[in-house]
Design a protein around this ligand. Structure first.
Ligand code: 5GP
Ligand code: ZN
Length: 142
């Protein structure tokens, strides 16, 4: 596994050195609530091993993230019943990437929502915790 980067916030979350509302953890991936959600239910999936972006990612990790996204998507559908689900993934500052540890965004979308990939303010911690729990429970029963 590649070395954790001590200055990477997502590596710190993986190491348990920074807090996160974790939905799901397996050998290769971690799923948690985005700290500044675009909408209720905005979730991130990352490989635990650090890589900056898609270009640098381990294909085995990519498969693990995509495979898990299927389960997380169903959990979001079960809990929040959005009209649709956006799956976004940005690579490089020119593309709008702001955290340089590969991650997939899952963003519930409803008809009429503006197309946004970044939230403007931190989510309510109690709501993020509640959603993480509900999504985890939905994944456990699926
Ligand atoms: P990017 O612009 O790199 O595609 O998205 C980075 C995402 O990470 C943003 O949606 C931002 O809100 C989220 N984020 C940044 N720092 C943290 C953090 O410390 N914890 C969590 N849970 N999300 C974060
Ligand atoms: Zn990292």
């Amino acid at each position: 596994m590649s070395e954790a980067k001590t200055d990477c916030i997502f590596c710190q979350i993986v190491a348990g050195d920074a807090p996160a509302h974790v939905v799901w953890e397996d050998e290769r991936t971690l799923t948690f609530m985005d700290i500044a959600p675009v909408v209720d239910g905005h979730t991130l999936i990352i490989p635990k091993a650090h890589c900056d972006d898609l270009f640098a990612a381990d294909p085995v990790d990519l498969r693990a993230v995509v495979s898990l996204s299927h389960r997380v998507a169903h959990a979001i559908g079960h809990v929040l019943h959005p009209d649709g689900l956006g799956v976004f993934q940005l690579n490089g500052s020119a593309a709008g990437q702001t955290v340089f540890h590969y991650h997939m965004h899952l963003i519930p979308r409803n008809h009429g929502d503006p197309l946004r990939m970044h939230g403007r303010k931190p989510g309510d911690p109690a709501r993020l915790a509640e959603l993480a729990k509900e999504l985890r429970e939905a994944m456990e029963i699926a």
